[in-house]
Design a binder for this molecule. Sequence first.
Ligand SMILES: CC(C)(COP(=O)(O)OP(=O)(O)OC[C@H]1O[C@@H](n2cnc3c(N)ncnc32)[C@H](O)[C@@H]1OP(=O)(O)O)[C@@H](O)C(=O)NCCC(=O)NCCS
Length: 331
Amino acid sequence: MTSIRAAITGVGGYVPEYILTNQELETMVETTDEWITSRTGIKERRILKGENQGVSVLGIAAVKDMLAKTKIDPKEIDCVIFATVTADMTFPATANIVASAVGATNAFSFDMGAACSGFLYGLSAGASYIQSGMCKKVVVIGGDKMSAIMDYTDRTTCIIFGDGAGCVLLEPTTEDVGIVDSILKSDGAGETYLHMKAGGSRMPASRETVDKRQHFVYQEGSAVFKFAVTNMADVSAQLAGRNNLNADNINWLVPHQANKRIIDATAHRVGITEDKVMMNIERYGNTTAGTIPLLLWDYEKQLKKGDNLLLAAFGGGFTWGAVYVKWAYNS
Ligand SMILES: CC(C)(COP(=O)(O)OP(=O)(O)OC[C@H]1O[C@@H](n2cnc3c(N)ncnc32)[C@H](O)[C@@H]1OP(=O)(O)O)[C@@H](O)C(=O)NCCC(=O)NCCS
């Protein structure tokens, strides 16, 4: 029997128009363009402005972009997975809102909460639905409106994050392309270093939680940095090793865009030179679940059928993982 894999057959993306530059941040907190650039590699990030604008706005635009390019009928979509930590509301799932808005009226849909690794978790789940034969078309979205949970008085955190979303379409294939292998990991001990204290069921919103600024991301940057460098590099090396991937046959490293220094360390560990590392952190910052699909969106035209892509992420939870994708089409 020919084995079935899930192939990425389309990509979409969207970033909001407003550009928050390092220069503007210099007017908001005690920082400099030089510090931000040298410590993170970020020059600017996008911000979704306006009243009542949730992350669904980003996800809907990304899926519409993919639909326009692939020309598929949204009614054929079986499943929509939205990886995000900034859902429009605690419930219903933002994926439900997006599916309805794009006309995916025959799909079941749900959100995936794995922070910066969310897109890889979603990709792996979506690929399993395809491989099992349960679904023929799955849309996996990764996106966040990080500006909604950013404390713009906290210079150690607000300089990093931005807003944006990307998505992919997964379909079955019997060719030697598609999602080949993945390793996903998590460790709840990471809660201490990276979390948002209030707004969940443990500490519901109150006047006190607002006064104490507990509805914003709390991050111990240097601790997270150490875990990220080690785990993202380890899991990438492990996945590369068991699939006989190396500097010669990996065409692209597609790393989560948290900090250029973490990306460089991961590339170094798997022996990849900078020209094979996808990077857009300087323009978008860290869009959490959005970084990896936005990279695929930015680099789509450079990808060729059969290219070996190593996707890697690390984020809140802690969560981390790597996915080996053989690219399925020429643009
Ligand atoms: C947040 C991060 C950029 C900070 O860089 P760092 O090199 O670790 O810096 P530190 O936090 O050790 O701070 C070093 C100094 O810079 C200062 N500093 C922090 N933010 C600053 C800013 N925006 N501008 C100027 N100085 C700043 C600190 O106050 C500290 O000063 P001190 O030495 O006088 O105490 C980095 O730790 C990081 O990228 N962490 C991981 C992020 C991540 O991956 N997050 C989530 C997973 S997706």
